[in-house]
Design a protein around this ligand. Structure first.
Ligand SMILES: [Zn+2]
Length: 384
């Protein structure tokens, strides 16, 4: 039995190693570089790059190091690309090689498979080959495609753009992100943001000409790779110009905890307090809330909570409860700091919520109406 086991292992390892020496398919018509030694080096390096790219993208030693960050976007897309369900189905085919500069080539590859003679294309990608010593290393074409662009740094963010940038928005985005991240203990990372004018071509800029998985929705995708010490984004310029400060809170929170695990009203309260809602600032929201809800010392806030009452802004119904939790958050943060708000945020269920609220503020169901009225009154005074 032992012998059979060894034979099986040997057979598997032989088939893996033979499969791994060459996965790239070449058509006889492909025009390779004329120097046969050079073209052999290029094809052999490309093979090794593609084999490594099927596994963990972050440890591919065939990546051209100076452009590693920009190449991660493409590497992320090729990782596991050969699989259909669990079997190996798509194979890389070399479509085109063109010399662009001395010892640099632009390469096009398609991942193809066939079922019952029906061809299927998973992706079409573009790479740049750079000759380093006796071999070739590969990068995404992003740096080359944006080499005439401008760049602007705002603290730890570097924005790359072709013509113009809304610097006011870029600063606001950085400031608010840093504001939330500090509370959430997210360390600032160097972040590169490539801003495109046209969603439909952004993926082509980093070398992903086509991918079956995204057909019909290329325009709505935010491309990003988050590494341990740096991040990269490829986004449409409008995402920066129209960024929603409310959603920015949700987005930053989701980096440290699943939003499904936290108290929804507290999450919304924080987002509204620091980012307003649906384009209205916190002050505008509060004015609408004040105008539409019957507010005086007799208001039964507990009843409004149970009835899930709301007030309206154009096109949206806003739960009264989110405004009240925002006031609790403000009070707790002022008195006890964000770690106390974090406790309330993590009190997801009703019982836990009231228990934590009482512990942090002394507010219970018995004194709820009186205490909420105090906070509402205070907010009205602050506004004036
Ligand atoms: Zn929200």
């Amino acid at each position: 039995m032992k012998t059979t086991g060894i034979i099986v292992i040997l057979l598997i390892s032989v088939s893996i190693s033979s499969a791994q020496t060459s996965i790239l398919n070449l058509y006889p018509e492909i025009k390779l570089p004329k120097d046969s030694l050079e073209s052999q080096k290029l094809v052999s390096s490309l093979n090794k790059f593609l084999i490594a790219a099927q596994a963990d993208a972050k440890i591919n030693e065939w990546v051209y190091e100076p452009e590693f960050l920009q190449t991660t976007l493409l590497l992320d897309e090729i990782e596991g690309i050969h699989k259909k369900e669990d079997s190996i189905f798509y194979k890389p085919y070399l479509l085109d090689i063109n010399a662009i500069e001395k010892e640099q080539y632009i390469i096009q590859i398609a991942y193809l498979g066939t079922i019952d003679e029906t061809p299927s294309i998973r992706a079409s990608i573009e790479l740049i080959a750079h000759k380093i010593e006796n071999k070739y290393l590969f990068s995404s074409p992003l740096v080359r495609n944006t080499k005439h662009w401008k760049s602007t740094s705002v603290e730890n963010y570097t924005f790359y753009y072709r013509d113009t940038i809304d610097l006011k928005k870029a600063k606001e985005y950085q400031r608010l992100t840093a504001f939330h991240d500090k509370k959430l203990n997210i360390d600032p990372k160097n972040t590169s943001v490539y801003l495109f004018e046209d969603d439909l071509i952004s993926q082509k800029y980093f070398g992903l000409n086509y991918k079956l998985d995204y057909n019909g929705r290329g325009a709505s995708i935010v491309w990003s790779v988050l590494l341990e010490n740096q991040d990269i984004y490829v986004i449409n310029n409008s995402i920066l110009i129209e960024f929603d400060p409310h959603d920015l809170w949700h987005n930053r929170l989701s980096k440290v905890i699943s939003r499904r695990k936290v108290n929804h009203a507290v999450d919304e309260g924080i987002a509204t307090l620091h980012g307003g809602s649906w384009g209205f600032s916190w002050q505008e929201m509060f004015t609408e809330f004040q105008n539409q809800i019957q507010i005086d010392k007799h208001t039964d806030w507990l009843k409004l909570r149970e009835q899930k009452s709301y007030f309206e802004t154009p096109g949206h119904k806003n739960p009264t409860e989110f405004m009240i939790t925002a006031l609790f958050v403000k009070k707790i943060e002022n008195e006890k700091g964000f770690s106390a708000v974090w406790e309330l945020l993590n009190a997801k269920e009703e019982d836990a919520y009231f228990k934590t609220l009482e512990k942090l503020t002394g507010i219970t169901k018995n004194n709820y109406n009186k205490e909420v009225w105090k906070l509402v009154k205070q907010e009205i005074t602050n506004k004036i």
